[in-house]
Design a protein around this ligand. Sequence first.
Ligand SMILES: O=C(O)CCC(=O)C(=O)O
Length: 274
Amino acid sequence: MRARVSLREPSPDLAAAKAHLQDEGWCVIEDVLSKPEAAHALERLWAAAEESNRRGVDTHMPFLDPNAANVRVFNLLDIDALFRDLIRRPLALDFVRAVLGDGFLISNFTANIARPGSGSMSLHSDQGVVVPEPWCEPWSINIIWCLTDVRFDNGATLFIPGSHRVTRVAELAPDPATRLQPFEASAGSFIAMEGRMWHTSGRNITKSEDRALLFGYYSRDFLRPQVNWNAALSADVQSGLDPEMRRLLGLDAAANTSTGAELLSADVGAVRGA
Ligand SMILES: O=C(O)CCC(=O)C(=O)O
């Protein structure tokens, strides 16, 4: 098991990182994007923030963040093809599959730029946001793209080690906030974080350094994604998507069929075997 693997290593042990993700609920893959690629994505993210404001979707969400130093960008997939490419990067999907298997959908893709002076949001797990307790199995995962270096002092995401084993809120006590640790990583990395991990945004206590993260959120295909992509993606964007991307977004007519199909074939097999 390895918590961190760099793609620059002569033979990166991705299996060891997946094992860490499966057991400990997280891992970091470094050097997935080059520094210029991460810087370019950051430029496009700022352009997306402007476009979001132009469309009338505010980038400050008072119900999420204590002040406007957190810049939130929603609907990245509608705004820029660069984000439509990132959300389906084969390496990212490989880590998603390691936790969710083949039957998953893209649930959301958003950004949070924590600028100097930003504060923490509420402690939560992302699976808890979409499924009521008990949380007995991993049904969602985040692939968190780091577009800047991420450290404790510039507002790294804080997580509670082992909290992906918590099945009910009551099990979090006592003093969960005292057990928070930062996810630190360099620009161009991604952090894979199982959906049941309890976490929050850190405070950016630097004078002048932004922390920019993209949150690619995926969930099992029997769960309704956080975003209704049929409504959120323009006709123009939808018409340019290939069949695989339509499938990942759950855009086609058939929905929630894979689990039932497995059960049905198991039943038929049992009858045949009788
Ligand atoms: O920005 C962060 O570090 C965490 C954000 C988060 O957890 C969320 O938006 O749900």
